[in-house]
Design a protein around this ligand. Structure first.
Ligand SMILES: Nc1nc2c(ncn2[C@@H]2O[C@H](COP(=O)(O)OP(=O)(O)OP(=O)(O)O)[C@@H](O)[C@H]2O)c(=O)[nH]1
Length: 298
């Protein structure tokens, strides 16, 4: 028997109930009234949904969407309706029992005399979204310390620098480097060195504000970004941090782990490389004058 001759065992209606997604028709009138005249499939996904209600009125149900999902979905619908472009977006659907599903929507618009009608499919993509989130976190995190890495830090610094330029608010950074870390590794071993890095990450993070960010740039070098903080305040904070580290016992004896820190303040509109270069130079000065201290350049 050729493939063409294999008989269809299901009608289209039966087939839709087996599809791993919800096949729907969505309608929005020119006045903004919304409804799902047709909704089928998706296995158990629709079990708790009142299809009858949605067939008449979907406005209320859509307004219940989580967080910013409602305005995001509405603007996707608006864009699709205005330009007759395919509607593709994602939103979160809260199920009874606090479980949240990520739903991906893909639909084609069609103008009608009274509004726009879409024909489309909604799929549960929760597993994919969780995997994307896991990979994104992996890309942005230093695996040893769990701190943000250089890539994540640069994104944050770019955003904060543009806010600082726009609003004229202060922004400072600290470049931190452990002193004689090679000596520590040589004496106590690499594993103990790793443990010092991890403890240092936890301790410094606990000493900063939640809106600050500290990242591991690599090796024994870290950088902190302090929004809304002028240089003088950043210098004081850096010195408090330095003292706290110097008096902490990391398991290798008190005073055995010290930090040299260079601080710099963002100058409105300057390239970030220039800001980082200034903090780096300040860090070199701190190393030059004997380590375990904080320096800034004039
Ligand atoms: N344990 C451990 N050591 C690391 C890691 N990354 C880099 N290092 C070590 O850090 C040391 C850095 O040495 P140097 O660059 O000479 O700096 P230092 O000994 O701290 O000297 P100063 O910075 O001048 O005070 C090297 O021995 C690296 O092997 C890491 O992830 N774990």
């Amino acid at each position: 028997m050729s493939v063409n001759e294999i008989p269809l065992s299901l009608s289209a209606e039966q087939l839709i109930t087996q599809v791993p997604g919800v096949v729907f028709q969505f309608y929005r009138s020119h006045e903004g009234h919304m409804a799902f005249p047709y909704m089928e499939g998706g296995g158990g996904t629709l079990a708790h949904i009142d299809k009858h209600q949605l067939a008449h009125d979907a406005n209320n149900a859509l307004e219940q969407l989580t967080g910013t999902d409602y305005p995001k979905l509405m603007s996707a619908i608006e864009r699709s309706a205005r330009w007759m472009l395919p509607l593709t977006t994602r939103f979160r659907l809260a199920l009874p029992g606090r479980k949240i599903l990520w739903i991906a929507v893909s639909a084609t618009p069609e103008p009608t005399p009274t509004g726009v009608r879409w024909h489309g499919l909604m799929m549960d993509v929760s597993d994919q979204v969780l995997e994307e989130q896991r990979l994104r976190k992996l890309c942005n995190t230093d695996s040893l310390t769990g701190l943000p890495n250089r890539r994540r830090l640069m994104v944050q610094l770019t955003n904060l620098a543009s806010l600082s330029t726009r609003h004229g608010t202060p922004l400072s950074i600290m470049m931190l480097d452990i002193d004689h870390f090679k000596r520590l590794n040589d004496r106590w071993g690499h594993l103990q060195g790793d443990d010092v890095l991890k403890q240092l990450a936890t301790l410094t993070q606990s000493l900063l504000r939640t809106e600050d960010m500290i990242a591991r740039l690599g090796g024994e070098e870290f950088m902190a970004i302090l929004p809304l903080t002028p240089l003088k305040q950043c210098h004081q904070l850096a010195d408090r941090l330095r003292q706290r580290i110097a008096s902490h016992d990391f398991g290798v004896g008190e005073g055995q782990v010290t930090l040299s820190i260079g601080v710099a303040e963002y100058r409105c509109g300057e390239p970030l490389t220039t800001l980082i270069e200034r903090a780096d130079q300040a860090l070199y000065s701190a190393k030059d004058v004997g380590r375990d201290c904080v320096c800034l350049l004039p």
